[in-house]
Every structure is written in structure tokens, then in C-alpha cells.
Design a protein around this ligand. Structure first.
Ligand code: NAD
Ligand code: MG
Length: 363
């Protein structure tokens, strides 16, 4: 088992990564405030893993209630959130009850927001079961739901007490979901960890083959990178850099997701194509060599990800990018790699260059 700490003063917590973690009830049991916990999961994940998580906790005297929600981003909304509150109320849960999220990022965000708000905040534990949630969404404390007019528009920062990433759960993940998670893994290499990028070049085939050791290492490096970024900028208030750097490829990717209609491309797929656009833009600005651009394209492709975007037209992209929540005071601020292993946020890119980069990366 690998163990990391996210250093946030009194809100610090451990991230445990490795095989067979669900069956080890001690980690969770030892951070409960009382012998009561509520597991939130969905109709896909619960039949696979709920019992594996619940049995060792019951053996340790924990009384459990489970809430099984319908699967899908479509359900990350106020109505589903209401179902969680209803159960917490019906079961007379108090502030010592711990909410445990068992599932991907949708379940983590929903359960996390319920934990942040029920009785003004109750303890929360993340048990992420997708690669994306293990390397990204379960770490850092962003929780929330979608509004009919915008994704993740309602939410709160609420840090978990513990993150338990059991790599065995990845065995059942659909291949497209695995690749989508790899897009965020590769992102960490590009924005701040050149040795990790090289490691990924050497081990991408092992990751796609879901080899346990390779997966554990990649998750550990990803979480370590995210933890460092979050520790330095918990609430994304840094003027430059900070958490915003984690949005490499996301502004372009957001345009793809919104332009095609949410759910057509997975988020990670859109981020992959968006990362190529950002890298192409950096190349045009003289910040990235043609060789390094090609390395980025190759690595994403080997992860099973798209490296060009849908041909929506540059004007449509720009229009959709303008609606991104990362736009500060009307200026498009983009995350751009400077070589592999460093990135900057930059709000002064000439629009003509952005258009040219989009056109060069769409088919
Ligand atoms: P997801 O939660 O929808 O999971 C993807 C699919 O895989 C679902 O159908 C799910 O039921 C299924 N699944 C989960 N675990 C499985 C397993 N072990 N075996 C088989 N199937 C499994 O999607 P995701 O990619 O994990 O998360 C995306 C969500 O995360 C989005 O809502 C996004 O906004 C959010 N997110 C949040 C943050 C954050 O910082 N809070 C960061 C990134 C993404
Ligand atoms: Mg993302």
C-alpha cells in the first residue's frame, strides 16, 4: 500500500492507494467519529463493491445505511442530492455520522456536497472507483452538483477525512473510462512533472494493460502532484498558476463537451484533444518544441485518447470557450505548457493564434 498526506493544517488527510484496500476496514473504521456511517453509491458500482466495503466495517461494529443512486452525470443534480438528505433525515443522522462515497467522480461530488451541507457539515470519506476519481476528483475537496444551466455550478469546498483508492476496482472499469482517467494522469506530467512524463512514455502499455504495479505508481504520482498543488492553493484563489494549472486542456475540452452536447465525448477524451490544442498553441508561441508536441500527441494516442477535436469551426470553439467558468473578467486565460514539465496561465494570447491552433487540431 502507498500512502500520501495532503497537508492542509487541521484539514490534512491521508490518501491510501493499492490493492485489496476495500477489505481492510481499519483505515476507515479508525477515522469515524461514531459507529455510524452512510455509504452513497450507484446502481453500477454497488453490486460490484458495496459488500466488499461494508462487511469489514460491520465486523468492526459500524452500523451502516446505504443509498444507491441511479448511475450517470445526468443525476448529479439537486433532486438526487435531495434523496441523500431525505435518507440522512429519516435515519436521524447527526453530526457524528460519516458519509462514505463509493463510486466515480459523480458519486464523490454528490456525496461530498451532501456531507458539506447536511447539518452544516459532517465527516466525509472518499472511496473512488474510477481512474479519474482516483487521480483527480477524490483529492482536493471540490464537491458539488450541476445546475440545469451549468456544470458544477453549485458546490462547496469540503475536504474528506480519508481517500481510499483500491486499485482492484479498476478491473471492471470500461476501457473508455480508463483512457479518460489517463488524460488527467498525463496532464500532471505535462504541467509539473517531467520525470513522470518520461515514466509514462516508458509504461503506457503497462497502464493500458492495467498492470497493478504500474497503476499504483501512476495514481500515487498523480495524487502527489495534485496534493501539492491543492496544498498551495486550496480554494483556487492564486492569481497565477496554482490550482488553475490543473485545467490544462480543459477550456478547449469544455468547448468540445458543450459543442457536441454533454455525454458524447467523455470529459477525459475532450481534455486530451484540448491538451493537444494547448500544446499546439504553445508551439506557435515558441514555448514548446515540435518534438515535445509530438511526444504529447503520441502519449495521449497510446492511452487510447483522441488527439484531434471535432470540426466545429474555430469561431464556435471560441464562443463556447468564452462561456467557461475559468474566464476572468472577460479575458480568455489559457493554461499553456512551456516545455514538458512546466505550464503557465496566460491571458494575453492573440485570438488569431488561438484560432490557428484550433484549426490545426480539428478533423
Ligand atoms: P462517473 O462517476 O460517471 O463514472 C464513470 C462510469 O463508470 C459510471 O457509469 C460509473 O457508474 C462507472 N463505474 C465507476 N466505477 C466503476 C468500476 N470500478 N467498475 C465499473 N464501472 C464503474 O465518472 P468519473 O469520470 O469518475 O467522474 C466524472 C465526474 O467527476 C464529473 O461529474 C466531474 O465533474 C467530476 N469531477 C470532479 C472533480 C473534483 O475536483 N471534484 C475533478 C474532476 C472531475
Ligand atoms: Mg478534469
Amino acid at each position: 500500500m502507498r500512502k500520501l498526506e495532503l497537508a492542509l493544517g487541521e484539514r490534512s488527510y491521508s490518501i491510501l492507494i493499492g490493492p485489496r484496500l476495500l477489505a481492510d476496514g481499519d483505515a476507515i473504521s479508525s477515522c469515524l467519529d461514531s459507529r455510524r456511517a452512510v455509504i452513497v453509491s450507484n446502481e453500477t458500482v454497488a453490486p460490484l463493491y458495496l459488500e466488499r466495503l461494508a462487511a469489514p466495517l460491520r465486523e468492526r461494529g459500524v452500523s451502516l445505511v446505504s443509498i444507491i443512486l441511479p448511475d450517470g452525470e445526468l443525476h448529479k443534480n439537486a433532486e438526487t442530492l435531495g434523496r441523500i438528505y431525505d435518507t440522512l433525515m429519516a435515519e436521524r443522522c447527526d453530526r457524528t455520522t460519516t458519509l462514505i462515497a463509493l463510486g466515480g467522480g459523480v458519486i464523490g461530488d454528490l456525496a461530498g456536497y451532501a456531507a458539506a451541507t447536511y447539518q452544516r457539515g459532517i465527516p466525509f470519506i472518499q472511496v473512488p472507483t474510477t481512474l479519474l476519481s482516483q487521480v483527480d476528483s477524490s483529492v482536493g475537496g471540490k464537491t458539488g452538483i450541476n445546475h440545469p444551466r451549468g456544470k458544477n455550478m453549485i458546490g462547496a469546498f469540503w475536504q474528506p477525512r480519508l481517500v481510499l483508492a483500491d486499485t482492484d476496482t479498476l478491473a471492471t472499469l470500461p476501457p473508455r473510462e480508463l483512457s479518460a482517467g489517463l488524460a488527467e494522469v498525463i496532464k500532471y506530467g505535462i504541467i509539473r512533472d517531467e520525470p513522470f512524463f518520461r515514466w509514462l512514455e516508458d509504461h503506457m502499455d503497462n497502464l493500458v494493460a492495467r498492470e497493478a504495479e504500474a497503476l499504483s505508481y501512476a495514481i500515487e504520482r498523480s495524487c502527489a502532484n495534485k496534493a501539492e498543488v491543492v496544498a498551495g492553493d486550496e480554494r483556487e484563489t492564486a492569481r497565477d498558476g496554482g490550482r488553475a494549472l490543473l485545467n490544462l486542456g480543459h477550456t478547449f475540452g469544455h468547448a468540445i463537451e458543450a459543442g457536441l452536447g454533454y455525454g458524447q465525448w467523455l470529459h477525459g477524451e475532450a481534455v486530451a484533444a484540448g491538451t493537444v490544442m494547448a500544446a499546439e498553441l504553445s508551439r506557435r508561441l515558441g514555448w514548446l518544441s515540435a518534438t515535445d508536441l509530438e511526444r504529447i500527441r503520441q502519449l495521449l494516442a497510446r492511452a487510447g485518447l483522441p488527439i484531434s477535436g471535432p470540426a466545429l469551426g474555430a469561431a464556435r470553439y471560441l464562443d463556447l470557450m468564452g462561456h467557461d467558468k475559468k474566464v476572468l473578467a472577460g479575458r480568455l486565460r489559457l493554461v499553456l505548457p512551456k516545455g514538458i514539465g512546466t505550464a503557465v496561465t496566460w491571458g494575453e494570447v492573440p485570438e488569431a493564434e488561438i484560432r490557428a491552433a484550433i484549426d490545426a487540431c480539428c478533423h
